[in-house]
Write a protein that binds this ligand. Sequence first.
Ligand code: ADP
Ligand code: MG
Length: 248
Amino acid sequence: MALLEIHGLIKDFGGLRANDDISITMERGELVGLIGPNGAGKTTLFNCVSGLHPVTSGRVMFDGQDITDLKAHEVARLGLARTFQVYVASGDLNVEENVMVGCFMRTRSPSRARARANEILKDLNLHDLSEFRVSELTVAAQKRVTMATALGSDPKLLLLDEVAAGLNPSEIEEIMADIRHVHEDMGVTVMLIEHVMELVMKVSDRVIVLDSGKKIAEGDPETIVEDPRVIKAYLGERYVREHGGDIG
Ligand SMILES: Nc1ncnc2c1ncn2[C@@H]1O[C@H](COP(=O)(O)OP(=O)(O)O)[C@@H](O)[C@H]1O
Ligand SMILES: [Mg+2]
């Protein structure tokens, strides 16, 4: 049984079809990259899958259960966690407390939530920042804290929405290491929306491309970078000229 199955998902906003008949299957243990130009419908797909937006039609199955009509907190409780493209830091909370918010999905006990939060912070090398308020951190550190908070609920599936946007190359290396750690060592299945191609092409087992609400391509990174539809819709000739088939 697949971990996630999206069947013919359609999402309309008034007259705009933001997701147009999208079907995606994800197996346990996969790391899937979701790419496409701005406005392609990537974040909308996350919003529909995670219960934030009602779908117009289609079905979403998670871990053997139909979650299409569930609310966001119900979906989260089943083990599907996400980060948000625009992170609104809980300014009054420090890093440890932020991660504890995620942990309260699994336990009511503050001491257990604190213990789990500290394990995750150590795991992601964020422990030194525990006492800082999130609003005092760099953007890069804030993004890593959002990931740590999402992990607080011990998810089976983690949806990451542009966690590397706006980071410099060394910060991208760091967050890439975090993503690999979450995927390989913590065993979490991951789907990530990302514009930083160096990251998405290096870490993904499979890449899915959206354009104008439609899924236009799907395959391993090597195949995707050479797909003429993907080059035309998104990557552009320049990317291919500069990187060729060399994506490592
Ligand atoms: N809450 C909303 N209300 C109306 N239109 C929306 C809403 N969210 C997204 N859209 C529209 O849906 C389309 C897809 O947006 P989005 O999913 O954010 O794209 P992406 O994440 O790929 O950049 C865009 O045209 C956007 O303006
Ligand atoms: Mg988006």
